[in-house]
Design a protein around this ligand. Sequence first.
Ligand code: RIB
Length: 294
Amino acid sequence: MSVIVFGSAIADIVFRLPNLPRPGETVLSEAGPALPGGKGLNQAIAAARDGAGVRFVGCVGRDGPGEMLRAALVAAGVDVAALRDVTEPSGLACVCVDEAGHNQIAVSPGANRAARAEQVQEIPRGATLLMQMEVAPAENAALIARGHASGARLLLNLAPAGTMDPAALRALDLLILNESEAGWLGNQLGLAASASTLHAGLGIGIAMTQGERGVVVATTAGVVSVPAFEVTAVDTTGAGDAWCGVLAAALDRGMPLEASIRRANAAGALACTSAGAAPSMPTAAEIDRLIARG
Ligand code: RIB
């Protein structure tokens, strides 16, 4: 089958800092060159490195960062036939990373605001469609409606947290969120921020990632906790994207949900062990080795 990622491509300017700036504080650092990032691009590259056939659908600007983002997708073997060049400048992110590998990210979506669901021309039955929230939510909702009608597997990573039509959420197979995104959504829906409560309230699968504490998944089959892999974190940027991309790749090739989540946990852990977002997406062999190590 195939994985279709509809979402953002963003040039990341990374600042390594002794500490993340507090309100009103200025911290000096040397920024490196812009690196490929954006949740959509990161997830597409993660799925491709894990062996999936991936099509990325989104927009970049007609500028240097846009060329760099397109080249990163092509180098990872991602199909970019539906990646549009638009007049708006490419998306940019300021990524601050402290000595413990924690980050703070500010994003200017730029060209990503021009991404349209209609760029996804064909959604084969059984394909896996993976979305995030750095493009217009209404475009995600339009794509979810089409994907539902086509019989695709529908995954949405609610990152960053933002308002989605509840009808679109209810059409998903799996909603992926971290604890703060779950808190935000629970607040919106008047529900407790737990995987089981969100599952009961929305009637869809919920995967709540909890960093070093692993992942809780609630589906009609029950609630399962899948532990995290222990690694030494250098930079956590993109770990959630590695998780989503590898989960999509594993589900797409027919792996059962719990095994797919274990594989995604290994990918998320590995992404923390090197710097950058897209550059830190692991290969299938690296994931296999970590799983074998246990
Ligand atoms: O999830 C990490 C990503 O978030 C970064 O690559 C940055 O571009 C932001 O979109």
